[in-house]
Write a protein that binds this ligand. Structure first.
Ligand code: ADP
Length: 319
């Protein structure tokens, strides 16, 4: 293989930059030219393709976000649009593509692979919602940002004897919420994988108050319910001041933690190694500390992420 392209797509995640850097440096170390595609699939279609050199990835290992940019580009679901994208790649002589992104981006990579264009998926998303990997790039950094925010809420909630609801990202995956709940010592955790029962929540709050707790933190994943409306109902039921905080986009930013830098570096190197072996339509993961790869179609269609029941139990026991 002589020329490889790389793009980042979907939601940005801290650690995408170190992943790009690893792909670029591994390619160059093996005499392979590497091309950066700006703004995800949108840039692929618009031919925003630039050759990258060693220096192109200088001083990016510690930077959050992705210097290549990312975009949502629903048009990529159209076969004709993808055909035009492949033509752009072929025009530059690029023989294979590394896609760093979430499951939406994987869908795009899967479809390109089905059209005969070699792709490798690298899991870059804060949500940790991709099957076949224990961790996605960006998850740990985002988790740390959330725990930091929860710590701050704890200080103020406890001073005011207040109940705080914290809405956490994750799309339809409760991992960020679950881990943040254990690490932040929240009183109650609500995740999409488990039915939410408001009576049980109220009972646990009463239980906590009886134990002498001065505050309560409720960690909840986005999209489960309207957190402001929930806060109002809790306030009415308990007579205690209750506030909802939606952490929002601050969760995505910031320098990648060492864990994500190492993970991204390993995955970036591994993706190029797979392409050099002639592999295609694979997605990369880390399982039990080791680099693994799976069929991207199988990953998207049949594999499921196991829910961490153990952490869920833990957060309920430790409250
Ligand atoms: P993420 O990759 O973080 O899950 P999205 O779901 O927004 O983010 O997907 C990123 C991009 O991947 C989309 O904007 C689109 O360009 C492409 N994509 C998503 N789903 C498909 C699909 N079914 N077919 C082709 N491309 C897709």
């Amino acid at each position: 293989i002589k020329k490889i392209g790389i793009l980042t797509s979907g939601g940005d995640a801290p650690g995408m930059n170190p992943a790009i850097r690893a792909v670029v440096r591994t390619c160059l170390a093996n005499g392979i030219e590497v091309y950066g595609i700006y703004d995800g699939y949108a840039g692929l279609h618009a031919d925003k393709i630039v050759k990258l050199e060693r220096r192109s990835v200088s001083d990016v290992i510690n930077r959050g976000g992705t210097f290549l940019g990312t975009a949502r580009f629903p048009e990529f679901k159209e076969e004709q649009v993808r055909r035009e994208a492949i033509q752009n790649l072929e025009k530059h002589g690029i023989e294979a593509l590394v896609v760093v992104g979430g499951d939406g981006s994987y869908m795009g990579a899967k479809k390109l692979s089905e059209m005969g264009y070699p792709c490798i998926g690298v899991p870059g998303t804060i949500d940790n919602d991709i099957a076949g990997t224990d961790y996605t790039i960006g998850f740990m950094t985002c988790l740390n940002t959330i725990v930091d925010a929860v710590d701050r809420l704890r200080d103020t909630s406890s001073s005011h004897n207040r109940i705080s609801i914290v809405e956490i990202m994750g799309r339809y995956c409760g991992d960020l919420t679950l881990w943040a709940s254990v690490a932040g010592g929240s009183e109650y955790v609500i995740v999409p994988e488990k039915d939410f029962c408001e009576e049980a929540l109220l009972a646990q709050l009463a239980d906590g108050e009886a134990k002498g707790k001065k505050h309560a933190i409720i960690a909840i994943t986005e999209h489960v319910t309207d957190v402001n409306a929930l806060a109002k109902r809790i306030e009415e039921q308990t007579g205690r001041e209750t506030r909802a905080t939606i952490l929002g986009h601050i969760q995505r930013g910031g320098a990648p933690m060492a864990f994500d830098r190492v993970l991204a570096s390993r995955m970036g190197v591994f993706s190029v190694e797979l392409l050099m072996k002639g592999e295609s339509a694979r997605c990369i993961g880390i399982q039990n500390g080791k680099m693994v790869h799976h069929d991207i179609i199988h990953c998207l269609e049949d594999m499921k992420r196991p829910f961490r029941e153990d952490l869920f139990e833990l957060s309920n026991v430790l409250f």
